[in-house]
Design a protein around this ligand. Structure first.
Ligand code: NAD
Length: 297
């Protein structure tokens, strides 16, 4: 089986290599990077897609996906599959799926969680939107690049699941950091707070598995000077997508809105760019109480 892989950045590169290691023939293309040794270099997205049974895209955003789709759909064979693993807006996912369907190509939106470490280890989680038959057909591919794949519903459902999950994650990270910083100011030992919260009703994946305080809980980016992990700018991207979607469907998401404003402030004006999204904790620790911050952002 021949796979075309378009977008060989931080995530795409190790994902493509895992497919090669599992015995697939992979033809790759990236606008700015050359292919890793194992992957066969092509000269354009269309060249990577022509003759492929499955084309996988791992691109920065919806605009890039639309552009690549325009290039590859005309050259892809009927009854083949387009698997987009990028995180993009729900509308783009649905529109590209519609264009693919018109060319008799089955498209699945399958954004991932697990980050670069998960891409390297082949332990990503895929949230998949599109046809059930397409999902079943690609299960062996998901099993190579990931540890879990959930079929969430029709086209766009994978992206919807991803942005809802990450909106909850961003809000939870901010809440956890606020709580830890308040505890600091109240003179409470961070380890004691962790011991209580991680086994009480305030527990969460953020506190228990990805604690934003160095030296506490399992190893996390906080123990590595907040080197990502999952960067603050990627969290901002996903929060923006969540708010774009909320506007579109008229959903009231006040905390999602506040989380977007706070991460925007952190990334754009407070040197948060390049840090893990858990660096919200030192950000709070370095500040005094300022009630107007979010409104002014
Ligand atoms: P990246 O920027 O490292 O990689 C994207 C690659 O796409 C780049 O190398 C770029 O040159 C290439 N590209 C852009 N336009 C192109 C085009 N028209 N044709 C061919 N190649 C093109 O990004 P990444 O960190 O690998 O993330 C990829 C996607 O996965 C994003 O949508 C991101 O939101 C999502 N994601 C990332 C992480 C993470 O931890 N990095 C985690 C979960 C999801």
């Amino acid at each position: 089986m021949r796979i075309g892989f378009i977008g060989l950045g931080h995530m795409g590169r190790p994902m493509a290599c895992n497919l090669v290691a599992a015995g697939y023939e992979v033809f790759g293309f990236d606008l700015h990077l050359s292919c890793p040794e194992e992957v066969q270099q092509t000269i354009s997205a269309a060249d990577a897609a022509a003759g492929a049974d499955i084309v996988i895209t791992m691109l920065p955003d919806g605009a890039a996906l639309r552009k690549v789709a325009e290039e590859i759909l005309p050259v892809m064979r009927a009854s083949t599959c387009l698997l987009d693993c990028s995180t993009v807006d729900v509308e783009t996912a649905r529109e590209v799926a519609k264009a693919a369907k018109a060319a008799s190509i089955d498209m699945l939106d399958a954004p991932v969680s697990g980050g670069i470490a998960g891409a390297e280890a082949g332990s990503l989680t895929f949230m998949v939107g599109g046809s059930e038959a397409g999902f079943v057909q690609l299960e062996p591919i998901f099993a190579i690049m990931g540890q879990k794949a959930v079929h969430c519903g029709d086209s766009g459902a994978g992206q919807a699941a991803k942005i809802c999950n990450n909106m909850i994650l961003g809000i939870t990270m901010i809440g956890t950091c606020e709580g830890m910083n308040l505890a600091d100011r109240l003179g409470l030992d961070r380890q004691k707070l962790f011991d209580v919260v991680s086994t009480s009703s305030g527990y969460s994946w953020v506190m228990n598995a990805y604690c934003p305080a160095p030296g506490i809980g399992p190893k996390s980016p906080a123990d590595n000077a907040y080197k990502p992990g999952f960067s603050a700018e990627l969290m901002l991207k996903d929060l923006r997508l969540s708010q774009q979607a909320a506007t579109l469907v008229d959903a009231d998401t006040p905390l999602g809105q506040a989380a977007e404003a706070l991460y925007a402030q952190f990334v754009e004006t407070e040197n948060g760019r390049g840090l893990d999204f858990s660096a919200m904790l030192p950000r709070f620790a370095n500040r005094k109480r300022q009630t107007q911050d979010i409104e002014d952002a």
